[in-house]
Write a protein that binds this ligand. Sequence first.
Ligand code: SAH
Ligand code: SF4
Ligand code: F3S
Length: 437
Amino acid sequence: MKTFYIETFGCQMNAHDSEKVIGTLVSEGYTQVPTPDAAELVFYNTCSIRDKAEQKVFHRLDQFKRDGKGKTFAVLGCVAQQEGAKIFEKAPHVSMVCGSASYNQLPQMLVQLEAGNRRVTGLNLDTEDTFETPLTRRNNPHRAYITIIEGCDKACAYCVVPFTRGPERSRTSESVLSEARQLADMGYSEIQLLGQNVNSYRDPSPAGWDFAQILDAVGRVAGIRRVRFTTSHPRDFVKPIVDAIDSNPALCNHVHLPVQSGSTRVLEAMQRLYTREQYLERIAWMKAARRPIAITSDIIVGFPGETEADFEATLGLLDEVEYDAIFGFKYSRRPNTPALALGDQIPEEEKSRRLAIAQERQRQIQIRRNAGYVGAVEECLVEGFNKATGQWIGRTTQHKTLNFLHAAAGGDDLTGKYVAVRVTRAGPNSLVGEWVG
Ligand code: SAH
Ligand code: SF4
Ligand code: F3S
């Protein structure tokens, strides 16, 4: 019996890569087990976006330094690509190091491991290939990820992704659409299109579709009720995307458009390729839409040289946009990135201070915004039941969590169903309501 365990860190692209890796392993005769102790092969699919994320895999590996005998360890994902064979020095009990651009080679690499090879690598980045497999093992029966573009051609000064995932490669529109149709046939009703920069999707087939076209087409697949996408880069976020959302009811009322900073000076140092004003123009398109589009963002505080005035500009932007949610991060110095060479690092305590201020400012905005939903009836896709609170967990088209009561407390399974819920209360991070139909 060949058993494996896999733990995944990082973004949705990594989560979906793991679903494809699991499918590949299962088709090679391996069986997934729920704990590393029970496994012969232990996989870590890693993230390197910030230093803390990278350290996680080394903590895990350290735990097995002594008692990992008889097991084979494999490091996949962004830390694998970034560190390469150096991982064998840091953690000599690791036998496989493989970046995401080489997952097509996994079956051959497994054969090498079985043959007793103790050092197997897949680190080639100059590939035109995308990792497509009919064997994907999705772990949610209602909501499915589809990768439409891999890699990133931007060069944001702080970011490891261009180094860990290589250049952009888009899938053909036909292969994306046929996967969407298959998923609909299997009963999936929500699809999330994935890419580090979905907006720069470019169909390599003669049809030559851009992102707005593939988005609209996936939203027209019979049986698909909701389509989401992540992540959008403001530079490539064009008006036709908003027009598609406005005219196609299956496209969700939500756009994640990371701004990173509200200061044009810092945006320039970050090499983000847009100004504050250009970013706000994109926000204005969304606010002018007929449908109420929820907008979320990422911000980085404490980028080298960020002054108090720059930081204030970010706070001012939060007030101006009134995001539905943000993810805030303290700048983390990353290997290979251009920002490493910049002087004027911001002290850790100062970054923490700025992050806390930004998050508190945003919390107040969310309290205000969410209060506006009280009384409204929202359609939710039910994600599960929370035994502790006796509430069902739903997700609105705007990607807000809406917990609600229903007479069938845990009885009939509502999971995967679309229900109407009246919002009765609102907090900064979620809504509470009652089932109405
Ligand atoms: N492709 C996406 C971002 C993926 S990384 C985009 O362009 O928006 C997710 C988020 O992590 C980024 O939006 C950024 O806010 C944050 N991030 C990336 N590198 C970082 C670093 N070195 N330090 C702190 N945060 C970082
Ligand atoms: Fe990183 Fe910038 Fe590419 Fe996003 S667009 S993945 S932040 S380099
Ligand atoms: Fe992390 Fe790689 Fe995703 S660095 S955020 S797992 S692309």
